[in-house]
Design a protein around this ligand. Structure first.
Ligand code: SAH
Length: 213
């Protein structure tokens, strides 16, 4: 569980690349410059951790590409006092980035193998989300609702109703919507049943799966 000089150097280069690609939020860049992404990857792939790519993490899932993490986190406009729900914990890397901004992070994963693996990693790294849950993110997490922010890190064919409901008025949901490829969407809740919708760039995510196995 080492973070060496070499890792730090590679991370700096990655941050420069993210800037070149258009990421501007200095807090997001700073945090991604400090979170050791290699520790969230399988040992055989660690040497690739500071390439701007997605890689397999088991259970047919991937750790999101750094650019995607930066893009989604920038759109989220998370404040230190915000309560945030993340759907799709996966490797836990995006969770660690969120925890760098706010301690009030709730995160849900539906693959038991990944859930357990990441739970151990969080313990090792001393990362403490408010709750790390095993379950179906389509349903959100009602017990801690409403949320200031919700971030979905898998592709949704349509907008999950429970997530819209569990958002605070004034709150924001970042979600990639679409089947084969997705558009990043930002919804801002303006009233009980009303939303402002913004559509951003095209991405490719693993699907948000409805049934648990
Ligand atoms: N943020 C993660 C992304 C992992 S990929 C990372 O960078 O590592 C998307 C994750 O969403 C996968 O771990 C997948 O198992 C999970 N997922 C898919 N459908 C889900 C659902 N319905 N509820 C919760 N998690 C889900």
């Amino acid at each position: 569980m080492e973070d060496t000089h070499k890792h730090k150097g590679l991370r700096k280069q990655l941050i420069e690349l993210l800037k070149q690609k258009g990421i501007k939020d200095t807090r997001v860049l700073e945090i991604m410059g400090s979170v050791p992404r290699h520790l969230f990857m399988d040992s055989g792939l660690m040497h690739l951790a500071y390439e701007d790519n997605a890689y397999p993490i088991g259970a047919e899932q991937t750790i999101s590409q750094p650019y995607t993490v930066a893009y989604q986190t920038e759109l989220l406009q998370l404040k230190p006092s915000d309560k945030v729900l993340e759907i799709g914990t996966g490797s836990g890397y995006q969770t660690a980035v969120l925890l760098g901004i706010s301690p009030l992070v709730y995160t849900v994963e539906r693959q038991q193998i990944l859930f357990k693996k990441t739970q151990r990693l969080f313990q090792k790294l001393g990362l403490r989300p408010k709750k790390h849950l095993f379950g179906d993110g389509y349903l959100g997490y009602q017990n801690a609702a409403p949320y200031d922010r919700i971030i979905v890190t898998a592709a949704a064919p349509s907008l999950p109703k429970a997530l819209l409901k569990q958002l605070k008025t004034g709150g924001k949901l970042i979600i990639p919507v679409g089947e084969k490829q997705q558009f990043m969407m930002r919804l801002t809740k303006t009233g009980e049943n009303s939303f402002d919708k913004e559509k951003f760039g095209r991405f490719r995510f693993v699907p948000l799966l409805e049934d648990k196995n």
